[in-house]
Design a protein around this ligand. Sequence first.
Ligand SMILES: NC(=O)c1ccc[n+]([C@@H]2O[C@H](COP(=O)([O-])OP(=O)(O)OC[C@H]3O[C@@H](n4cnc5c(N)ncnc54)[C@H](O)[C@@H]3O)[C@@H](O)[C@H]2O)c1
Ligand SMILES: [Zn+2]
Length: 361
Amino acid sequence: MREVTVDINSVSEKKYPIIIGEDLLEKANEYLLRYCPASKYFIITNEKIDGLWGKKLNIENAEKFIIPDGEKYKNYETLISILNKASELKLDRKCAFVAFGGGVIGDITGFAASVYRRGVDFVQIPTTLLAQVDSSVGGKTAVNNEYGKNLIGTFYQPKLVLADTKTLTTLDERQLKTGFAEVVKYAFIEKTCDCGEFNFIDFLSGNISEIKKLNLSFINEAVEICCKLKAAVVHKDEKENGLRAILNLGHTYGHALEKCSNYSIFTHGEAVALGLQVCFDLSFALNLISEEYYNQASELINMFEFNLPEHPYYTPEMITSAMKFDKKVKDGKIIFILPTNVGEVAVFDNIETNLLHQILA
Ligand SMILES: NC(=O)c1ccc[n+]([C@@H]2O[C@H](COP(=O)([O-])OP(=O)(O)OC[C@H]3O[C@@H](n4cnc5c(N)ncnc54)[C@H](O)[C@@H]3O)[C@@H](O)[C@H]2O)c1
Ligand SMILES: [Zn+2]
């Protein structure tokens, strides 16, 4: 069992543990009593996760609420159904919401917890690799509306994150790879996170076959490193006023590609994996990194064999215009996080359109 502490700018009530390991679902009750005592636990999950792992999840004094599976249900309607169910059950202010699932469940449950009775405690029990290394940590909650993704949400930190890596064994290959894209992202930002030396690029390259096979002792270590890196970043910048932007490495292009393809062709991670390569291509063209690092990074991305789906060709103009609509755009300038050295990145808002079009052509 591994433990990482998230300490949001040293405000003690915002300090919480991420517990990482195998067979933690069975021990959930102990952890909840210790880190998030409550009058009642309100578990939000979907049928798929409940069917696969629900019997293992040991939480006493709980009510369970099943919501439909899928990003398209991360919306007002589902949010309201959660809040109404909590009211119908007469859950009081001392109850705690428990998100049991991937990023969709985590985001909507966190949001619901942040507004139910002006905010009740909540716990994340992430069951996808993406949720374990990314979405369950850092306190961003959200739902989508007809104007875009994640437009409505709050910053609201959980009391505990319980990441049972055994749950990852039932993910399909595509879902697993979507998580790997975020894992690789952390390797390229490690030094800028400034929280110790993990040599994460070497760790991933050196153990690639075990990691791809989902050998859990390697996965546990990788999840721990990712959580440490994310915790270090949100410690310094909870609300994305600066440093937190580096977590978006690969996402400027990734989000644009998802938007161009109407969120229907690529998984988020597949789009991010392509976005990571675009960042390295840009950096290399701008002489920000050595050829050696460029080759090492491209090789690591390739090692994960993202098997990208066939997709229609989008012109550089289509991609850049989608980039301009991203919510991260400031004063009309497209923001890129670009590698500047091994494990280091910096924020750029001055990439010339000509160069960008050349790289995207
Ligand atoms: N809050 C944040 O900081 C943050 C960061 C990144 C992404 N996100 C959000 O996370 C969401 C994506 O998360 P995701 O990739 O986990 O998607 P997801 O929650 O839709 O899960 C993907 C699929 O896997 C299934 N699943 C979950 N656990 C499983 C398991 N153990 N075995 C088999 N199947 C399982 C789910 O039911 C779903 O069908 C997006 O809505 C995104 O906006 C939030
Ligand atoms: Zn992402």
